[in-house]
Design a protein around this ligand. Structure first.
Ligand SMILES: [Ca+2]
Ligand SMILES: [Ca+2]
Length: 248
């Protein structure tokens, strides 16, 4: 009984669908005529924004490097050694080498950098546009340094974006990692952020196992580490950043 009652609705639905398909066909035909008149149309694009908010108390975040890429790329892998570009971000906050590296990869569709450091409580939005034809399987990654540390980074690692509808956003809270490329002495002269103005990148890898791990946190002079230039203000809990990815 119920099926027979629903049948007219289904027919109406099919009828509407046919109408839409017909209209779609007409639209396609008119567009091809337009193409002939005006020349080549610009390729369809999929546009995204990445808004990064610093959730820490006193850890400015270095200019964020963000990219859209195919499956298979990871800026960091827990338990594995950091690449040179990640080491430079983690120790100096400069993402230039990292962006050069990813731009040389066939798997990278687009990359971009934030315009400057993001202070505690502040946000910055970065735009990333890719060809719509590259959208299937596309992923997004972002990475930056907590600059009042030896080599702490936060990262968003290869999240899926091809299922985002236009206008839809997805929010991620990211944690702190130790790049494993510099010993966490917190000593004067070793931290590039404003608390110290010390050394940035150093090619030495003096952090024990030389692998990326979750960050253990900082041990400040308020905790009894008298040689530390950090105070309790520079401590951080996870998450350290909120990243909102939106498809425009
Ligand atoms: Ca370290
Ligand atoms: Ca190093």
């Amino acid at each position: 009984m119920k099926l027979s009652k629903l049948a007219p609705k289904r027919l109406l639905h099919l009828s509407l669908l046919a109408t839409v398909l017909t209209l779609g066909a007409c639209d396609s035909d008119s567009r091809s005529v337009s193409d002939q008149e005006t020349g080549e149309q610009p390729p369809a694009m999929a546009s995204f924004t990445v808004t990064v908010t610093n959730l820490t108390n006193a850890q400015p975040i270095s200019p964020v490097a963000a990219l859209v890429h195919a499956d298979g790329f990871n800026s960091i892998v827990i338990g594995e050694g950091a690449g040179l570009g990640v080491e430079m971000i983690a120790e100096s906050g400069s993402n230039e080498e990292f962006l050069n590296e990813v731009n040389a990869l066939d798997t990278t569709f687009i990359s971009n950098s934030g315009s400057g450091p993001i202070g505690p409580g502040a946000s910055e939005t970065i735009s990333l546009d890719i060809l719509e034809s590259d959208l299937n399987g596309a992923q997004l990654s972002a990475i930056a340094m907590l600059v009042n540390t030896n080599d702490a980074i936060t990262a968003l690692n290869a999240v899926t974006i091809d299922d985002l509808a236009v206008g839809q956003s997805r929010t991620y809270d990211t944690i702190a990692y130790d790049a494993g490329t510099e010993d966490d002495t917190e000593a004067a002269g070793t931290i590039p952020g404003p608390v110290d103005g010390g050394e940035g990148f150093n090619p030495a890898r003096d952090d024990g196992a030389n692998v990326v791990t979750m960050h253990q946190g900082v041990v400040t002079r308020d905790d009894g580490l008298v040689s530390s230039v950090l105070t309790q203000a520079h401590r951080f809990d996870n998450p350290v950043a909120r990243i909102v990815v939106t498809r425009l």
